[in-house]
Design a protein around this ligand. Structure first.
Ligand code: G6P
Length: 371
């Protein structure tokens, strides 16, 4: 495409490279039992009993997906906290807890305070950051550098998909050293990961469709994003992206939770954006998908319109949603990297149609460095 007018759009389109470069760097030295050049045996990873993730904004959403990745692949319990809450909370952190801070900039004041609190309690800290020379990279015990390249627009896009990639690689590595993932299974996951950049190019081809949807939906008074499992992280970030750049009201809920209150707010003025993808090779994903379909049946008729993300070849979601965007197939834990892209494009186009400054939305900063 011709050079886009806005950093946000350019950065959305840079995601295939961001994911590829992050995955290549992360996979480099698994065979030598080290990750990012650090011997994780020495770091005591094999005997960890808990992981705590602290982050802010979009980076915290990556952490929520990371929890599913680590728990599924490595069987270690993971908690995710707002960095702003963790730093002043009574949360118990011990030397057997590994703390992961996730931060695009490496400078967010709340996340830096969380890192310092964790270190003081004897926990080892891993920083996942897009800025190699940042404060949080310097203060961490271990570093994972996402290779998204400089991100300039305030709404985070390519850094998010790079964070998801790094977290997936780390979860896979943990799964291998803890013998929860067999070598063949790990190789299959790595080859799926390697196919994501091409799939991201396909998803970016939905840009014109996302723009048409934005034209149709720009006058809605609010948006509800719904998903299940690891996809909740995507719903949360889709809602955040939309509110950051369009200033419209948008919220995310786990699909099943919509029945417990939010349903009362849904009328023809509210649009529902539902993530209804499925990994046909994964029985848990299939079970969640069936539940999602019954949630969509409940919502149909109440909401003005449902926009759904579904998997290529699916024939059921399209009957329940007014608009369906089809995404390439991928393992359940990798689907978020594809799913967020149309939501970023939708947010971008609505904001442009409403005359907003997408690169520098009102009242927001790229990094909140003062608390
Ligand atoms: C600000 C930015 C968000 C970002 C958050 C955390 O609020 O506007 O886009 O997600 O900070 O930033 P970090 O650099 O720590 O990921």
């Amino acid at each position: 495409m011709a050079s886009p007018k806005h950093n946000m759009l350019r950065e959305i389109f840079e995601q295939p490279e961001a994911v590829q470069q992050t995955a290549e760097a992360a996979s480099a030295d698994v065979s030598s039992q080290s990750f990012y050049g650090v011997s994780w045996k020495e770091a005591g990873l094999a005997s960890l009993d808990r992981i705590l993730i602290a982050a802010s904004g979009t980076s915290r959403h990556a952490g929520i997906a990371g929890k599913f990745m680590i728990e599924s692949l490595a069987g270690i319990p993971v908690e995710v906290d707002y960095a702003s809450e963790f730093q002043l909370s009574p949360a118990v952190v011990s030397p057997k807890t590994l703390t992961i801070v996730i931060t695009q900039s490496g400078e967010t004041a709340d996340t830096l305070a969380a890192l310092r609190k964790a270190k003081k309690s004897g926990s080892k800290v891993v920083t996942i950051s897009n800025v190699e020379q940042s404060s949080m990279m310097k203060e961490a015990d271990f570093r994972i550098h996402t290779k998204a390249g400089p991100e300039l627009a305030v709404p985070s896009t390519k850094a998010f998909t790079a964070q998801l990639t790094a977290l997936f690689c780390f979860a896979l590595f943990l799964g291998e050293i803890r013998k929860k993932v067999a070598r063949e299974q790990a190789a299959a996951f790595r080859s799926e990961l390697a196919s994501l950049p091409a799939k991201l190019q396909t998803v970016l081809g939905l840009d014109a469709k996302c723009e048409a949807l934005a034209r149709r939906f720009r006058d809605r008074s609010g948006f509800i994003f719904a998903a299940r499992g690891v996809h909740n992280a995507v719903a949360m970030d889709g809602a955040l992206k939309l509110k950051e750049v369009s200033y419209l009201h948008s919220e995310a809920f786990p699909s099943g939770e919509i029945l417990h209150g939010p349903l009362a707010t849904i009328d023809e003025d509210i649009a529902v954006i539902a993530i209804a993808t499925v990994d046909g090779a994964d029985s848990d994903s299939k079970a969640r998908f069936e539940k999602t379909l019954s949630n969509l049946k409940e919502l149909k008729g109440r909401s003005g319109k449902i926009i759904a993300l579904a998997s290529e070849g699916d024939t059921r979601v399209g009957k329940l949603a007014e608009e369906t965007l089809y995404l390439p197939k991928a393992p359940d834990l990798l689907l978020p990297i594809l799913e967020i892209v149309p939501l970023q494009l939708f947010a971008y186009h609505i904001a442009i149609l409403l005359g907003r400054n997408v690169d520098s939305p009102r009242s927001l900063a790229k990094a909140v460095v003062n608390d």
